[in-house]
Design a protein around this ligand. Sequence first.
Ligand SMILES: NC(=O)c1ccc[n+]([C@@H]2O[C@H](COP(=O)([O-])OP(=O)(O)OC[C@H]3O[C@@H](n4cnc5c(N)ncnc54)[C@H](OP(=O)(O)O)[C@@H]3O)[C@@H](O)[C@H]2O)c1
Length: 307
Amino acid sequence: MTTDKHPENASEPASAPVAVLGLGLMGHALAAALLRAGHPTTVWNRTPGKADDLVAEGAVRAGTPAEAVAAAPLVMACVTDYDALHAFLDPVEEAALRGRTLVNLTTGTSAQARDTAAWAAGRGLTYLDGGIMAVPPDIGTAAATIAVSGPRADFDRHAPALRALGGDVLHLGADQGRTALYEMAVVGLMWSMLNGWLHGAALLGTAGVSAAEYTEIASKGIPAVAGWLPGYAKQIDAGAFPPDDATLDIHRVSMAHLVQESESLGVNAEFPALIKAFADRAAAAGHGGEGYPVMIEEFRRPAAKPQ
Ligand SMILES: NC(=O)c1ccc[n+]([C@@H]2O[C@H](COP(=O)([O-])OP(=O)(O)OC[C@H]3O[C@@H](n4cnc5c(N)ncnc54)[C@H](OP(=O)(O)O)[C@@H]3O)[C@@H](O)[C@H]2O)c1
């Protein structure tokens, strides 16, 4: 993984024109950040009214996707999913696409990203697949991380426009599927964290503790757990799981308490029961005396199909 701090190739100037297709919550934030950074920005959205305030701020409204693509060598797209992307890009004539660069910031799977890279190559369109690790209000600030994979030279060429979107702009390699794969991993982590927090809020809610009170304590735990990850990652990479802090078996005792507490308070116990099921399987395979990351083996294989 590299950042854009030392571009290896010549970049477009910071004033290079950009077209943004898709002005939902995220696309709108992207276009607004590009405008703020001084990029002449052409915008298109299926529902045209979503461009009104951007046009008032200096964006140019395109009447069709083809018109937007024609306006700039760099085209950014950010819509619901890849079906939506192809719904409006497929009909654009090959001659209009040829020679341009598409940075697709739509979330999808790595296979969809690679298929779209092949689709783009067939039209002479350079393809960079992007992932946004931020929410719309953070776009254009240091809090936003933008990850991109695809040809390095094209990433470098468009680094100034990408830098307008976030403080950290990462190149994750030439394989266009890599960023989507990272994005899937990161959203999975986000949902696990959010679900754990929601379950905790439901538990404490039974005792009249507000979500805000709970969150004061809960948010202290998140950086603490994040601090364990580099050491655990070393164990995974080395394939050895000494119980440096706690054994999986001791975690399983607490997991049983969490299930029991949830059930006795009438709170949904499915999420902690699922966590415990993974740990129980690892223990049944003989790993109860090892450290928590030994459970990676449970995540590496598909679930057994019910008989
Ligand atoms: N919001 C976030 O916090 C966030 C964070 C990271 C990544 N993302 C990713 O960014 C992408 C957009 O998310 P969002 O929050 O901006 O979603 P959104 O507000 O729901 O906007 C969806 C956009 O897709 C367009 N669209 C949907 N179907 C279409 C079709 N068939 N043809 C043309 N346009 C179509 C919509 O056009 P209309 O306006 O005409 O409906 C709209 O511009 C998603 O892939 C999402 O996973 C979002």
